[in-house]
Design a protein around this ligand. Structure first.
Ligand code: NAD
Ligand code: IPM
Ligand code: MN
Length: 363
C-alpha cells in the first residue's frame, strides 16, 4: 500500500511540489490533492507533497516572486509540480505570474505544453450535432520561445513617440523538438499531425516551421502530416473538429487555440495541461487562470485541475492511477455531479468529493 505524506520523504517516494497560487488556484488544487490522496493506495510508490506559497499574497507581503534557488530545488528535488493558477488584480502587470509561471516553463525548459481537447459527454459541446467521437485531439503548444520569449522593450515609453517591441523568437532546435514530440505522439494515436502557423504573413519565423515540418514529414512517413494557417485552424476546430488528431503550433497560437478547444468540450473549467520536458521535473496545471470573478465562492470547477493531476501521474510513471482518475472524472461528468459552469449544482469541494469517491470504484 502506498500513501501520501506531507514533508519528510519516504524512501523512493514521488516528491511533488504543490503551488496553489491565486484566486481559484488554491480551491481547485485542494480538490486535485484530495483525489491524489484517494488514488494513492493503488500507486506503485508513495507520494510526498511539499507546498509552496508563491503567488500574489507573498509578493504583496515581501516582494518575492520565484525565490532564488527555487528552480534548482524543483529541478533536482522533485518529480513534478502541481500548479493552480496565478493572477491578481492587485499586482501590476502580473509581474509575479510572469516570473513564476513563465519563469518555471522557461528555466525548467518545459518545451511541450500538452493540452488535450477531448469531449467527455455529448451534452457538453456547444457544437451542433457533434458526438463524443468527433472531438478527441491533442494540442502540442511550443512552450519556451515564440512571442513569449520576453525579448523586446520599450523606447520613449509613455511618450507620444513610444515604440513597443516583442520579438517572435523561433529557433531551429525549439521548433524541431516540439514538432518531433507531436509526430511521436501521433504514432500512438490516429497517426495524424496538423501543424498550424501563419507562414503566409510571418515569412521568416514561420518559414522555419514550414521547412522543419517538411523535413520531419519524410522521417515520419507513416504519419499523415497536414498544414493549416492558424485562422483556418480556428475555424475548422469549430466547423469540423473531427479532422484533428494531433495539432502542433507555436506558443501564442497554442494559447489561443486551446481556450477555443476548451470551449468546444465544455469550457475552461474542464481543460487540463502539462508543461513537460520528458524525463524531467514537469509542471501540471489547469488551462484556466485565477478567475477573480468567482474566487472564494466555491463555484470553481475543479475537474481541469484534477485531470491535470492525472496527467502528472502519467508523467511520473503511475499510468494505472492516472487512468483511474480520468475514468472517475468522466464518470462524474456523465452523472452530472458537476459545478454550475457545466450545468450542475455542486460546489467545488462537493465535486472533488464525488471524483474521490469514484476513484475508489473505478476499475
Ligand atoms: P480565467 O481563465 O481566470 O477566467 C476566464 C473565465 O472563465 C472567467 O469568467 C472565469 O470565471 C471562468 N473560469 C475559469 N476557470 C474556471 C473554473 N475552474 N470553473 C468555472 N469557471 C472558470 O481568465 P482571465 O479572467 O482572463 O484571467 C484571470 C487571471 O488569471 C489573469 O491575471 C490572467 O493573467 C491569469 N491567468 C493565469 C493562468 C495560469 O496561471 N496558468 C492562465 C490564464 C490566465
Ligand atoms: C495559459 C495562460 C498563460 C499563457 C498566461 C497566464 C501567461 O494564459 O497558461 O494558457 O499565456 O501561457
Ligand atoms: Mn491561456
Amino acid at each position: 500500500m502506498s500513501g501520501v505524506t506531507q514533508g519528510n520523504a519516504a524512501k523512493g517516494a514521488h516528491r511533488i511540489a504543490v503551488i496553489p497560487g491565486d484566486g481559484i488556484g488554491p480551491e481547485v488544487t485542494a480538490e486535485a490533492v484530495k483525489v491524489l490522496r484517494a488514488v494513492a493506495p493503488v500507486m506503485r510508490r508513495p507520494v510526498e507533497l511539499q507546498e509552496f506559497d508563491w503567488g500574489a499574497e507573498r509578493w504583496l507581503r515581501d516582494g518575492t516572486t520565484l525565490p532564488k534557488g527555487a528552480m534548482e530545488e524543483l529541478r533536482d528535488g522533485y518529480s513534478a509540480i502541481l500548479f493552480g493558477a496565478l493572477g491578481d488584480p492587485r499586482v501590476p502587470e502580473q509581474v509575479h505570474a510572469r516570473d513564476i509561471l513563465l519563469g518555471l516553463r522557461f528555466q525548467l525548459d518545459l518545451y511541450i505544453n500538452l493540452r488535450p481537447v477531448e469531449l467527455l459527454d455529448e451534452r457538453l459541446t456547444p457544437l451542433k450535432g457533434k458526438r463524443v467521437s468527433d472531438i478527441d485531439m491533442l494540442v502540442f503548444r511550443e512552450n519556451t520561445e515564440g512571442l513569449y520569449a520576453g525579448v523586446g522593450g520599450n523606447f520613449k515609453k509613455g511618450t507620444a513617440d513610444e515604440i513597443a517591441i516583442n520579438e517572435d523568437i523561433n529557433t531551429r532546435k525549439g521548433v524541431e523538438r516540439i514538432l518531433r514530440a507531436a509526430f511521436e505522439a501521433a504514432r500512438g494515436r490516429r497517426k495524424k499531425v496538423c501543424m498550424s502557423d501563419k507562414a503566409n504573413a510571418l515569412t521568416y519565423a514561420h518559414g522555419l516551421w514550414q521547412r522543419t515540418f517538411a523535413e520531419l514529414k519524410k522521417e515520419y512517413a507513416d504519419v499523415e502530416a497536414t498544414h493549416l494557417y492558424v485562422d483556418v485552424a480556428a475555424m475548422e476546430m469549430v466547423r469540423a473538429p473531427e479532422r484533428f488528431d494531433v495539432l502542433v503550433t507555436s506558443n501564442m497560437f497554442g494559447d489561443i487555440l486551446t481556450d477555443l478547444g476548451a470551449a468546444i468540450v465544455g469550457g475552461l473549467g474542464l481543460a487540463a495541461s502539462g508543461n513537460i520536458h520528458p524525463g524531467r521535473c514537469s509542471l501540471f496545471e489547469p488551462v484556466h487562470g485565477s478567475a477573480p470573478d468567482i474566487a472564494g465562492k466555491g463555484l470553481a470547477n475543479p475537474l481541469g485541475a484534477i485531470s491535470s493531476m492525472a496527467m502528472m501521474l502519467e508523467h511520473i510513471g503511475e499510468g494505472a492511477a492516472a487512468a483511474r482518475v480520468q475514468a472517475a472524472v468522466a464518470r462524474v461528468v456523465t452523472d452530472g455531479a458537476v459545478t454550475r459552469d457545466l450545468g450542475g449544482m455542486l460546489s467545488t469541494p462537493a465535486c472533488g468529493d464525488r471524483v474521490a469517491d469514484a476513484v475508489g470504484k473505478a476499475a
